[in-house]
Design a protein around this ligand. Structure first.
Ligand code: G3H
Ligand code: ZN
Length: 283
């Protein structure tokens, strides 16, 4: 019942909203974002970094957990299970073989020819299996699960080559966004965004979605972004809620009770974010 993200993103780009990629870390986290999507009647992309995948026991465990939840929670909105920042053909293949419906191959730290060649190889493996592919041109700044990058703006011609030569379904054209927190307002390349969106025709992906103010999110969607990735924001909200629980209740020791407020916090922030992205009621 998992779907890839191609139809989701093409519809979003056409209708002028963005589908959120919400990164997951464990069972309760996954339940929370799925619940939010179902209650918001919104499509959703579950993002799993290589590190988070390992943490949960590997891609096979993640795929089995998600598929089981889709059944037991009666999820009817479109859900994609997406490998976030896949670092090699091998890790991408492992995710596809385990049942992920979508993958990102992040060759952004390699020279562009190598990045395109690797992305093409991934597309050739993924597409016959019904799996969608996202690639990155330029580099997203900051750090996520040990993936470190200085900001490097995507080049228009390289973006066009990536879409035409590799045939990817979505393009993360890095234009100043950063993983983790921002110092002040993000400095996104809105003009470049529009140009890349028009020249490639591909749905664009905005990484580092946490901490970008609403007016910039809206502008990014207007300029071609159909997918926005959010990780840090959920982690911060979860931790704040659990910390508050521990601080306010020194008798609690049942782990289910300790982390229950974290789950509620994720449901709430995910729904608010879906509203902001415009994907509510777009399932
Ligand atoms: O790939 C995941 C995202 O780009 C998350 O970025 O942690 O800044 O929200 P974020
Ligand atoms: Zn990212």
């Amino acid at each position: 019942r998992l779907v890839n993200m191609t139809a989701m993103l093409n519809k979003a780009k056409e209708e002028g909203y963005a589908v959120g990629q919400f990164n997951i870390n464990n069972l309760e986290w996954t339940q929370a974002v799925l619940q939010a999507a179902q209650e918001s009647n919104s499509p959703i992309i579950l993002g799993v970094s290589e590190g988070a995948g390992k943490y949960m026991g590997g891609p096979a465990v993640v795929a089995a957990m998600v598929n089981a939840l889709l059944e037991t929670m009666d999820i009817t909105v479109p859900v994609a299970l997406h490998l976030d920042h896949g670092s090699s053909f091998e890790t991408v293949k492992e995710a596809i073989d385990a049942g992920y419906s979508s993958v990102m191959i992040d060759g952004s730290h390699d020279p562009i020819d190598d990045n395109i060649e690797l992305s093409k190889k991934v597309v050739e493996y993924a597409h016959p299996r019904g799996v969608s592919v996202e690639a990155e041109v330029g580099t997203v700044g900051g750090e996520e699960d040990g993936v470190i990058g200085g900001v490097q703006y995507a080049d228009l011609d390289e973006c066009v080559r990536m879409v035409n030569e590799a045939g990817v379904d979505a393009l993360a054209a890095a234009l100043g966004s950063v993983h983790g927190t921002y110092d002040g307002e993000p400095k996104l390349g809105f003009d470049e965004m529009q140009a890349i969106s028009e020249a490639t025709g591909a749905p664009l992906v905005l990484h580092g979605g946490s901490g970008i103010p609403e007016h910039q999110i809206k502008k990014a969607i207007e300029r071609g972004h159909a997918k926005i990735n959010v990780n840090t924001e959920l982690q911060q909200q979860w931790t704040a809620a659990v910390r508050e629980k521990l601080n306010s209740d020194d008798k609690v020791y049942d782990p289910r009770k300790v982390i229950a407020p974290g789950k509620d916090a994720i449901v709430k922030i995910t729904k608010e974010t879906m509203d902001m992205f415009g994907s509510t009621n777009k399932a």
